[in-house]
Design a protein around this ligand. Structure first.
Ligand code: MTE
Ligand code: MO
Length: 402
């Protein structure tokens, strides 16, 4: 058993009631406080009696098809540098990922000199090329709220651990753009980040030059992050400046931002946009940035652990998971365990934001031992769930005792 799992079980046993979906809401992210009851005794689920009240958590089951990549530790360097976040310990009071466990995709570039004064070059369709300094930018930074990030290449091999949530500080891109002097033809902005690594990527996938092109509208909610969970942005997460585009895949959230170029609708999609075309569900590989669909995260859901409990009415399992992505708030979530019928899931407290994830849980009595594929779906045909519906987030649990 991984040490973080062990630590989790210990704390689970120690903190009575901490696993209740409607437990202490004092640290809910995104202002989602208010819907829950008291943690622990008697409060129960939002929809009445809590079948786990007074029960004992016996063990936490993992998922059989996950890779065996080590979680919660930085691996490798440069482009191949990764940290996969262990999501199995998520609870109502740990909905923000601590910085040292926040997922990493590409580690601090070793060719970046941390002592040189940071400058953001401004060029392209501007009246005059310029440079922005940190002295100019940092006074514009403020709290920007909790937002999750997900790598568009978040896969089962990494236990879907390229997904994390933090509370950010930053400078609204609208304010940054207000400092520029765009020419009238400018319709878009190319955001580039430092990408000088002396060690090439082993699989050759990551090409140098991290950059993404956005229309001005697409950046309305975006910000240049300067802080993460109350401290300055850590080096691996793009210090001193990284773009954060709420609701978009991580590949658009350029780290170590050092250039803003104003471009027009004839600008070709950058090599990074082309590299990520299929992972962001584009139609083929768009030639122009203007043809590129917004790389938004569709509504999605997946289980993060299955718990086995001993309750007053016998053995009972609880599937705990997250709901995230999308742009409309919904709790119309259903689960299917193996060949059993689809059943509505308790999303409790109900979601109040799409900016970060929401916990859900589902009490379950497996009819027999064996393997169960766990599928989720959204019961609202007007909500797009392409990735979810392709079984991308399907996970499988092995039940040895019912
Ligand atoms: N300069 C630069 N920015 C980058 C990348 C990169 O390789 N270089 N990777 C992108 C990808 S694919 C993701 S998922 C996010 C990861 O951000 P994180 O490591 O802070 O989680 O950064 C994005 N920004
Ligand atoms: Mo990514």
């Amino acid at each position: 058993m991984r040490s973080s799992r062990r630590a989790f079980l210990t704390s689970a046993a120690a903190a009575s009631g901490f696993l209740l979906g409607c437990g202490d809401d004092s640290s809910m992210v995104g202002g989602a406080a208010g819907a829950g009851g008291e943690g622990g005794s008697g409060a129960g689920g939002c929809n009445g009696a809590d079948p786990f009240a007074g029960g004992e958590l016996l063990r936490v089951l993992g998922f059989v098809d996950d890779g065996d990549i080590e979680l919660d530790v930085p691996l490798n360097v440069g482009w191949d540098g990764r940290l996969f976040t262990d999501l199995s310990s998520l609870s109502a009071d740990s909905l923000l990922t601590p910085n040292e466990r926040f997922y990493i995709r590409t580690r601090y570039p070793d060719q970046l000199d941390p002592r040189a004064p940071w400058r953001v070059a401004v060029d392209g369709l501007v009246r005059e090329p310029a440079e922005l300094t940190l002295e100019q930018l940092l006074p514009l930074a403020g709290p920007r709220g909790a937002h999750l990030m997900e790598c568009s290449g978040n896969t089962r091999a990494g236990s879907f651990g390229l997904l994390s949530a933090a509370r950010w500080d930053g400078i609204p891109m609208a304010d940054v753009l207000g400092l520029l002097q765009p020419r009238r033809e400018a319709t878009r902005v190319l955001v580039s980040g430092f990408d000088g690594h002396s060690v090439p990527s082993a699989n050759g996938h990551s090409k140098p030059g991290a950059s993404w092109i956005f229309s001005f509208d697409q950046l309305a909610q975006a910000f240049l992050a300067t802080g993460m969970n109350g401290v300055p942005l850590p080096p691996d997460h793009g210090a001193p400046l990284r773009l954060l585009v709420p609701g978009w895949y991580g590949c658009t959230c350029i780290k170590w931002v050092d250039r803003l170029s104003l471009v027009d609708d004839a600008a070709p999609a950058t090599s990074q946009m082309q590299e990520f075309a299929s992972r962001t569900h584009q139609n083929g590989v768009p030639e122009l940035a203007a043809q590129y669909a917004p790389a938004t995260i569709d509504q999605a859901a997946m289980p993060v652990r299955v718990e086995r409990w001993n309750t007053s009415s016998g053995a009972l399992h609880r599937v705990v998971g997250i709901l995230w992505g999308g742009s409309r708030i919904t709790d119309a979530l259903s689960i299917r365990l193996g060949e059993e019928p689809w059943t509505r899931v308790d999303v409790c407290p109900p979601p109040t934001t799409n900016a970060t994830w929401t916990l859900w849980s589902h009490a379950w009595k497996p009819p027999r031992s064996g393997r169960y594929a766990i599928r989720m779906r959204i019961d609202d045909p007007s909500i797009v769930t392409k990735r979810l519906d392709s079984d991308y987030y399907l996970r499988t649990v092995q039940i040895d005792a019912t």
